[in-house]
Design a protein around this ligand. Structure first.
Ligand SMILES: Nc1ncnc2c1ncn2[C@@H]1O[C@H](COP(=O)(O)OP(=O)(O)OP(=O)(O)O)[C@@H](O)[C@H]1O
Length: 633
């Protein structure tokens, strides 16, 4: 395999000349497969000896395995999106009731469910067919409920998921003709044995890992870490939320169906608050961002519940008898959550996954940088020239006129500076260009197209990459994942994307830190990573908001070199907001000066620095600051 030296520049591989590699060649899939295998082996090791004790314990083990799958299912949504769901037991109930209606022998249904429609009353399906139907129904139900839910965030999202649980419970109790109301359903054939449960839970773990490291999972985790940065990296969070919600709905629906075939009889209250609380406790205690955490949390809580059960219902130990202590399980679960949250707020596993290399320092093999995935750099400079412009844009925030009648133009191949005192409107202008805010007046034109009203993700895909004044990395993700998620959102093929990202990282001297969590990087490296992530979008324009803020002179000097080389090799236009006038003078072909939302000067760097209006604006702001300092001392 041919190696690329530092400085070799990659190209987005969305085309047919992409290397013929397999997903298996991608490091993240190999790592995920290793973790999944390890976790399945652990689960087998911990559960099988108990299952061999006898039929009653075997039944308990089967139920525990179904719980493990259910919590892993919750993790698919909550772990990747960061939004806690308290409604998924609703899907569990849908799965249980659906399979019960489809598989219970007609003679039993004739006794307890006399008013069923004929096709349900006569249905006597086998497990396989029924599970297939449960999966389809859960998927449809998941998509229908996910459509509105995926537009909600934080508390409103959590409360709505709870609403879903309540609605399902009411329907189960109220639709007596089909569900037998509070009396519940019995006679469901017990069709799930230990091997079936193992196959199901292993498959669920494999799906959860594959989803987590896939394009969809990476993008949803990016959303969890920072929604504004995610949308600025061409990610559409609502779609990703919907997909994760629907997938986890299918898993929970299937879990419910299997559960029904183990216990044989149930009522609506079996699928309500107690089960919800237990599943959430398992998820949170283990660490909701980790699939391994979901499994470990479930095993721990199950152990606790099983130990407490005989005490809760009264009994005796060593000849001493004691009365029943109702609610003891819930009390101890609550205490366990409190203790774990106090000691490890992110849960036992945090965001880590079980892996053989967990305690080894990650090392990057250079052989992962594959020149076959790189397109000739020269082809970039052949791209037609483009222009980014604003035409008299303006925006008000309440009474503050943050921008008024501002027109700028940036062409590919040029570096344009945007300066002005604090509060002048520089960041607001970048936010207006990238769709974070919509200007109330004027136009933004990207390559001949009016883009006002476009969501940030679409603008990013159309060719605007940006960095932020306050760094916004996907902090829980690795350096490599930050860049890969952006490249995938841009449309890079899933195969070869790591090679592409590594080559970009190499250019910014970050490849050796590829497996480091991005929040653990030193400050200057975080700034460089933000630029790398933006470049993974293969933008036509790069908008840098105070890239040198907080850097020492040495870091600033290397940043200047990096920006010059980006302009040269990536054939893009750069708009740079900076307070460091030395950097602006050194880099910019043209400079715009904003003050109190108005454009007060533009032209070459020399011209604007001698402009009396600019001098006055800067002096004015310095005087105001000096007066404020005096007042406070
Ligand atoms: N989301 C918002 N809501 C309300 N006011 C805002 C918002 N964003 C910006 N502003 C106001 O708009 C004005 C311009 O702010 P902006 O952050 O764009 O200035 P800036 O030139 O980037 O300043 P600095 O150099 O300090 O970063 C300020 O008065 C600010 O308070």
């Amino acid at each position: 395999m041919q190696q690329v030296k530092a400085g070799g520049l990659p190209a987005v591989s969305t085309n047919l000349d992409a290397p013929k590699t397999r997903l298996w060649g991608e490091r993240r899939f190999r790592k995920a497969a290793g973790s999944a295998l390890l976790l399945c082996a652990l689960l087998l090791l911990v559960s099988l000896p108990f299952a061999l004790i006898g039929p009653s314990v075997e039944r308990l083990v089967v139920l525990v395995l179904i719980n493990v799958a259910a919590v892993v299912g919750l993790n698919i949504y909550t772990g990747n999106s960061g939004i806690l769901t308290v409604g998924h037991v609703g899907f569990f109930a849908v799965g249980a009731y659906t399979t019960a209606l489809l598989t219970t022998p007609p003679e039993i249904k004739a006794d307890s469910l006399r008013h069923l429609p004929a096709f349900l009353a006569n249905s006597n399906m086998g497990l396989g067919e029924s599970l297939l139907i449960v999966a389809v129904i859960s998927l449809v139900f998941g998509v229908l409920t996910g459509l509105p839910l995926s537009r909600l965030r934080e508390t409103s999202a959590i409360v709505s998921t709870f609403g879903l649980l309540v609605i399902v419970n009411f329907v189960l109790k109220g639709a007596t003709n089909i569900t037998n109301g509070t009396k519940g359903i019995y006679g469901v054939p017990e069709l799930v044995n230990l091997p079936t449960a193992y196959i199901f839970v292993f498959a669920t773990i494999a799906v959860a890992f594959a989803y987590k490291v896939s394009r969809l999972g990476l993008q949803l985790r990016a959303f969890q870490d920072n929604e504004v940065a995610a949308t600025s990296s061409a990610i559409n969070p609502n779609r990703r939320l919907l997909e994760a919600w629907a997938l986890s709905a299918v898993v929970l629906g299937l879990c419910g169906a299997l559960f029904a075939h183990v216990i044989g009889a149930f009522q609506p209250h079996d699928f309500y608050l107690t089960l919800t609380f237990e599943l959430i406790a398992m998820l949170v205690v283990g660490g909701k961002r980790s699939i391994s955490g979901a499994v470990i949390g479930t095993l721990l809580i199950t152990a606790l519940v099983e130990i407490v059960k005989p005490i809760e219902s009264g009994g005796g130990i060593a000849g001493i008898s004691f009365p029943p202590i109702w609610g003891l399980t819930q009390i101890l679960l609550s205490l366990m959550i409190l203790v774990v949250m106090y000691k490890a707020p992110a849960g036992i596993m945090g965001s880590r996954e079980l892996s053989l290399s967990m305690f080894k320092r990650p090392r990057l093999s250079e052989s992962t940088i594959d020149v076959a995935s790189l397109r000739a750099v020269e082809s970039r400079s052949e791209r037609p020239a483009a222009t980014l412009a604003t035409n008299a844009i303006g925006i008000d925030f309440g009474g503050v006129r943050a921008l008024n009648d501002v027109s700028i133009k940036v062409e590919t191949g040029k570096i344009v500076g945007l300066i002005g005192p604090n509060g002048a409107g520089k960041t607001t202008l970048i936010n207006n260009l990238t769709g974070v805010h919509q200007p109330t007046r004027g136009q933004v034109i990207l390559d001949g197209q009016e883009i006002v009203g476009w969501p940030s993700s679409r603008i990013a895909r159309a060719g605007l990459g940006r960095t932020f004044q306050n760094i916004r990395l996907f902090s829980e993700m690795t350096v490599l994942e930050n860049v890969v998620s952006s490249a995938l959102a841009r449309g890079h093929l899933a195969t070869g994307v790591e090679s592409y990202a590594l080559s970009l990282l190499e250019h910014f001297d970050l490849a050796k830190l590829a497996d480091t969590k991005s929040s653990a990087l030193p400050y200057g490296a975080q700034r460089r990573l933000e630029i790398t992530r933006a470049l993974a979008l293969e933008p036509r324009f790069l908008l840098l908001d105070e890239p040198a803020a907080g850097m020492n002179p040495k870091e600033t000097a290397s940043l200047i070199e990096a920006i010059l080389s980006i302009r040269e090799k990536f054939a893009l236009g750069i708009l740079i907001v900076e307070h460091d006038l030395h950097l602006i003078m050194r880099l910019c072909d043209e400079v715009y000066v904003l003050n109190k939302g108005e454009m007060i000067a533009s032209g070459s760097a020399e011209k604007v620095q001698n402009d009396p209006k600019v001098i006055e604006a800067y002096l004015g702001s310095q005087e105001v600051r000096a007066a404020r300092r005096k007042k406070t001392t």
